[in-house]
Design a protein around this ligand. Structure first.
Ligand SMILES: CC(C)(COP(=O)(O)OP(=O)(O)OC[C@H]1O[C@@H](n2cnc3c(N)ncnc32)[C@H](O)[C@@H]1OP(=O)(O)O)[C@@H](O)C(=O)NCCC(=O)NCCS
Length: 189
């Protein structure tokens, strides 16, 4: 069988269409929006620090556009209004990592579940990863509770973070349980 032993790879997509959300590949024109989110004192509390420097952010996004091992998306509603960000990176064998997950104040309350389901639809169903890993700051309790309710297992901890893994089995269960948030397969362009 051709390619059956190949490891999955994180690929960029121009856009991924969900139910009420669209993921759009980030580019340098998103620098101001991303900076606004990442320097919001409430939102950035548990994120690695970002310098409030627009040029640096543009440079980072330019560099990103040339990289083939991560996918950074702007989360938008169907009207094209930006609501947040999410990133897939650090493929390790059959597992991928996701993070840089932020939704702006005022995003619909279904956006967290739908955007997680879209991440897994893309990485597991489309790119054929078999599990995910990520870390969450210990103090970021609402977020690690979110992941635990979703089915992620806490596997380790550092001084600052809890480390989580979620298997495809748990992801498939969550896809069924939360089907109303994303009833159809995502459309990838
Ligand atoms: C991470 C982030 C995007 C999550 O989004 P969020 O909207 O805060 O997620 P919530 O856990 O509040 O979930 C949203 C809603 O879905 C509901 N929900 C969450 N999980 C659910 C579940 N399993 N079943 C049913 N409803 C659920 C919540 O109760 C909440 O409903 P409400 O708005 O009526 O209170 C957001 O908190 C954020 O931007 N945080 C700052 C950045 C950050 O720390 N990112 C994480 C880095 S690891």
């Amino acid at each position: 069988m051709m390619g059956s032993n190949r490891l999955p790879e994180i690929r960029k997509a121009r856009q991924i269409l969900g139910r009420t959300l669209i993921f759009r590949d980030a580019n340098e024109h998103d620098a101001a929006f991303i900076l606004e989110l990442r320097t919001d004192s409430q939102k950035s509390r548990y994120l690695s620090a970002t310098t409030a420097d627009l040029e640096k952010q543009k440079t980072w996004l330019n560099l990103y556009s040339k990289q083939n091992d991560q996918a950074y998306f702007i989360i938008e509603n169907l009207q094209g209004e930006p609501l947040g960000t999410v990133r897939l990176y650090d493929a390790q064998g059959h597992s991928f990592c996701w993070g840089s997950w932020i939704l702006k104040v005022g995003a619909p309350s279904t956006a967290a579940i739908e955007s997680s389901l879209m991440v897994y639809a893309y990485a597991i169903d489309h790119l054929k990863f078999q599990s995910a890993h990520f870390d969450v700051r210990k103090g970021n309790e609402t977020v690690w509770r979110f992941h635990e309710r979703f089915g992620a297992m806490r596997v380790d901890a550092t001084e600052l973070d809890y480390l989580y893994r979620i298997s495809d089995e748990r992801i498939f269960e969550a896809q069924k349980r939360y089907k109303k948030y994303l009833p159809l397969p995502v459309i990838i362009n």
